[in-house]
Design a binder for this molecule. Structure first.
Ligand code: GTP
Ligand code: MG
Length: 195
């Protein structure tokens, strides 16, 4: 997809802050530091529109990015970061669950996992939630550049097995560093946005 426009719109904490123009939304969920914000930047070909950090736990709200005036990419706060208080974790749960259950423009969630490691318990829970709420999901295994090509297939298999992935769900390999998987992912997104 040719990117003609991309902008940060809002960091939303409460549903009344979510945009009201009803453009389709694609949300990115995943562990803290897994590379969600980097993936957004790579998708929209901007170096640093979405804030990234080598410190986990940076993104605390739902961050909305509007692309080509056709779709919102919604960057979720990462989960599984140990130094987050119980209260914060609960607030996170309420916000995400409400969003997933009630957000009408939501078209698909990209579950971002690290290709190098088996998905965590939290990843399994998130995937379970998405299936439970019948939300279309694509599994994106990122940081592929950190593994030799010869190991990709083996790691993909572990990701699918650990998540007990529905064979109908697409699993794609990605690297925000190298742009691997970018075209393939845009194609999946465009089908969802248009359909
Ligand atoms: P939170 O906002 O804390 O939930 O993190 P995040 O999931 O948004 O992660 P972020 O995009 O900030 O990336 C975390 C770190 O991983 C940064 O240092 C990135 O440069 C690095 N990173 C992300 N994607 C890739 C990738 O595909 N390849 C490599 N080599 N590094 C990556
Ligand atoms: Mg982030």
């Amino acid at each position: 997809m040719k990117i003609t426009q991309a902008e940060f719109v809002i960091s939303a904490v409460k549903p009344h802050q979510y945009p009201e123009d009803a453009l389709p939304e694609i949300a990115l969920a995943g562990r803290s530091n897994v590379g969600k914000s980097s993936l957004i930047n790579n998708l929209i070909m901007r170096k640093a529109l979405a804030r990234t950090s080598s410190q986990p736990g940076k993104t605390q709200q739902l961050n909305y990015y509007r692309v080509n005036d056709r779709v919102y990419l919604v960057d979720f706060p990462g989960y599984g970061y140990a130094k987050v208080s119980k209260t914060e974790r609960q607030a996170w749960g309420v916000m995400i669950e409400t969003y997933l259950k009630e957000r009408e423009p939501l078209k698909m969630v990209l579950l971002i996992v690290d290709l190098r490691h088996p998905p965590s318990k939290d990843d399994q829970l998130m995937y379970g939630w998405l299936k439970h709420f019948n939300i279309p999901v694509t599994i994106v295994t990122t940081k592929a550049d950190k593994l030799p090509r010869s190991k990709w297939d083996k790691h993909l298999k572990v990701v699918k097995q650990t998540l007990e992935a529905d064979p109908r769900d697409k699993v794609i390999m990605y690297s925000s560093e190298k742009g691997i998987g970018r075209e393939e992912l845009w194609q999946i997104l465009e089908e969802k946005i248009n359909g």
